[in-house]
Ligand binder design. Structure first.
Ligand code: SF4
Length: 408
């Protein structure tokens, strides 16, 4: 079985600010879906047709322009992630065209992880072979549930049989690195149906699983339905029981948690996601995509990094790129204190936790001095020291957002 190299070449925790790696990550946003799921707050738009060629032209143009920006110039990409939306709606040759341009300039690292998010209803074995032949080596399927009633409740267009077929077809097409997404705590879901989802998920022996509790984000149909009493959120104790079941069941199946919601066989942790949590530079192309460019750590000047956000509307993003080469609409420089806090909570997301020695190397200040409240968090049983690293406890995992907010 092919295995991508499990390297850790791009971990900013362990380097002084300004001493950045020569690689970066690339995110490409494809904003169209066949319909809008009622819980979705992503930048996705229901459509029957989409301007695929023009959009890909704009991606390539933005790549050319922005890969030369401060923080990205001279870096090759170690990971590429096509997210959405539903990127698997695009033709494999379009994805291949974008990847060819990336490989030409600024370049791809050998063994780069190249992920495509796919909706099970949009692929078949032939199409998957084509995605593989143009360079995609990891698929991330939005399965969500193997229960027909839950798929219906979630407003998903695909069927359980679509999911089963897509998982089998991916193996036949040669994909050796597969991920599937599950959603739990769906209104009306029982603990038994959560268990059945986990059983079926592990039966496909995928290398990676992401499992998230359903959230009711402002602006979504589900949020409105809950406010109007048309949808009832799962009780908190049931959600906690499901969260604990997910972690135990996946770990027992050889997929331990390496992050709050992400589980993988050793060596198959998503390197692209790790790049986000570890503060690695990432370039986001496409409508509404976000980027993070490193700074040199010497303010005033470049500071501790810079976040950028693209125009969300696909048409306006394309127009901006045609005009100026860039779809960026907002830029935010990170100060030292903000970068310190972000390093802490992003590190705590991962099971391996935060390394105080790496923190000192990066910021030139002791972690204990910068965050004197940590002993209180330890006393409250929310975090603990394990082999010299600070990690979330079982209780802290359930209250992670509250813990993170103490570092902001
Ligand atoms: S398929 Fe994914 S991106 Fe598209 S609407 Fe549904 S949840 Fe959102």
């Amino acid at each position: 079985m092919e295995q991508l190299p499990s390297t850790d070449p791009i971990d900013r925790q362990a380097r002084p600010a300004g001493d950045e790696p020569a690689t970066a990550s690339l995110y490409v946003h494809i904003p169209w879906c066949l319909s809008k799921c009622p819980y979705c707050d992503f930048n996705s738009h229901a459509a029957r047709t989409w301007p695929e060629a023009e959009y890909a032209d704009a991606i390539v143009r933005e790549l050319r322009h922005r890969s030369r920006e401060r923080g990205f110039s001279g870096r090759r990409f170690a990971t590429v992630f096509f997210g959405g939306g539903t990127p698997s709606l695009f033709e494999p040759r379009t994805i291949g065209r974008i990847l060819d341009r990336v490989a030409e300039d600024p370049g791809l690292e050998a063994g780069a992880e190249i992920t495509l998010e796919a909706n099970p209803g949009t692929v078949n074995e032939g199409r998957l072979r084509d995605f593989r032949s143009v360079g995609v080596n990891r698929l991330s399927y939005g399965i969500q549930s193997f229960q027909p009633d839950l798929l219906l409740a979630l407003g998903r267009r695909h069927s359980v049989d679509d999911s089963r077929g897509a998982l089998v077809a991916a193996r036949r097409a040669g994909f050796a690195n597969l991920s599937l997404d599950l959603i739990f705590a769906v209104p009306g879901q029982s603990i038994e149906s959560c268990e059945a989802d986990l059983d079926e998920a592990v039966s496909f022996e995928t290398e990676h699983v992401s499992a998230y509790a359903l959230t009711f984000e402002p602006g979504t149909a589900f949020h409105r339905d809950r406010s109007a009493g048309r949808v009832r959120q799962a009780p908190e104790d049931l959600e906690v029981a499901m969260f604990e079941l997910v972690r135990a069941r996946l770990s027992a199946a050889g997929l331990p948690a390496y992050e709050i919601s992400n589980f993988a066989r050793p060596g198959f942790e998503a390197r692209h996601n790790q790049a986000y949590w570890r503060g690695v530079p990432y370039l986001g192309l496409g409508a509404g995509a976000h980027s993070f460019a490193p700074g040199d750590g010497r303010p005033p000047g470049a500071g501790f990094g810079c976040r950028r956000e693209n125009v969300r509307d696909p048409g306006r993003w394309m127009a901006a790129v045609v005009e100026s080469g860039s779809g960026v609409v907002e830029t935010e420089e990170l100060g030292r204190r903000e970068a310190m806090g972000e390093t802490c909570w992003l590190s705590l997301r991962e099971t391996r936790g935060l390394d105080p020695a790496a923190f000192r190397t990066r910021f030139g200040e002791d972690f204990a001095t910068a965050f004197p409240h940590v002993p209180d968090l330890v006393a409250d049983g929310l975090v603990a020291w394990q082999q010299g690293r600070l990690v979330l406890t079982a209780r802290g995992l359930l209250l992670a957002d509250a813990v993170f907010s103490t570092f902001l």
